[in-house]
Design a protein around this ligand. Structure first.
Ligand code: SF4
Length: 324
């Protein structure tokens, strides 16, 4: 066993730590994790575990969610600058531009979200309209929202509210997809995930031509015209369940490439093709075995959400978790 892995396992035991890996992490990081899943699955798992330290291999808002749900545990984020550009597209009260380009990536995102507006501005414009916050938001944005949602339950969450209108933040594609599936009027924020938003109709047509017998799964963070052409629209955990249960032998996968690892491992007799080969989140790939080791050794990069934010943010998460 390589030395780095041995050291990680030893430190993990010494510190009574649990390593969580998001589905989009590098293969070698997924391999040393105790649990692999989507952000909410992981935070919920961690909250129920008897451990002192959580090493969250993911991006910043995910470690925050773990801290919100496990305030007594030490949450470490191996790479402190692993952020989520979409989560950073909305701020509570002071707009800021955090991120612009991706050196080395062929496709660059187009920024159209309104930097000059904040969540409080939108709430003031639509007084009394509840805010549904995707879990891909920062802790302070959650704290300012009425209820959270995931890509799997967004419609259910909206339907649970008595109001006719809802504000949905920050992903415009998820909001548009929810709008198609609910009678509520959805007021959408203009944020997006650059990994999913880059997929075009032409990519679908090309993939279908190359793999005519494959079932095409797409994440709701993809554009509406892409989702219209997919066979199955679902979250990452939904893709894992769907691929396992389906009689189909071949799939086209419309999400970040990290999920391919689990899809292939859990379905060795099935074939998976990426919808595009550049569906890679650079932030998700920042975490390496060395950064996990360093975080554990030095107990650094602690993510701790202050109580005045944690309590209302937890309320928004709990309200979602109560929905069956
Ligand atoms: S894949 Fe998209 S939503 Fe997920 S962390 Fe990366 S940018 Fe954010």
């Amino acid at each position: 066993m390589p030395e780095t892995i041995e050291d990680i396992l030893r430190l993990k035991q010494e510190k009574n730590a649990v390593i969580l890996s998001h589905n989009y992490q590098r293969d070698e990081v997924q391999d040393i994790a105790d649990f692999i899943g989507d952000s909410l699955e992981l935070s919920r798992t961690a909250a129920g575990l008897d451990c002192d330290v959580i090493v969250f291999c993911g991006v910043h808002f995910m470690a925050e969610s773990a801290s919100i749900l496990s305030p007594d545990k030490t949450v470490l984020l191996p790479e402190l600058d692993a952020g989520c550009p979409m989560a950073d597209m909305i701020q509570v009260s002071s707009p800021r531009t955090v991120w612009k380009t991706f050196p080395g990536y062929e496709v660059q995102p187009t920024f159209v979200f309104p930097h000059e507006f904040t969540l409080r501005d939108i709430k003031a414009k639509y007084p009394g309209v509840p805010v549904v916050a995707y879990v891909n938001t920062t802790a302070d944005v959650k704290a300012e929202s009425d209820i959270c949602c995931t890509s799997a339950n967004v419609v259910k969450v909206m339907e649970s509210l008595p109001d006719e209108r809802v504000i949905c933040i920050p992903d415009r594609n998820l909001s548009m997809w929810a709008q198609k599936n609910t009678k509520k009027q959805v007021i959408a924020w203009d944020g997006f995930c650059h990994v999913h938003d880059r997929v075009t109709k032409d990519d679908i047509l090309k993939a279908r031509k190359e793999h005519p017998n494959a079932v095409l799964m797409a994440h709701p963070e993809c554009r509406p015209e892409v989702l219209d052409l997919a066979d199955h629209v679902t979250s990452t955990s939904g893709m894992l369940r769907f691929a396992k249960a389906s009689d189909a032998r071949e799939f086209i996968v419309g999400t970040e490439l990290g999920l391919m690892r689990r899809l292939k491992k859990e379905n060795p007799d099935k074939v998976f093709h990426p919808l595009r080969r550049d569906m890679i989140c650079p932030n998700m790939k920042k975490t390496t075995l060395n950064s996990v080791l360093k975080a554990l050794k030095e107990m650094k990069n602690i993510i701790k959400v202050p109580e005045e934010i944690r309590v209302p943010a937890k309320r928004a998460l709990d309200r979602m978790l109560e929905i069956k």
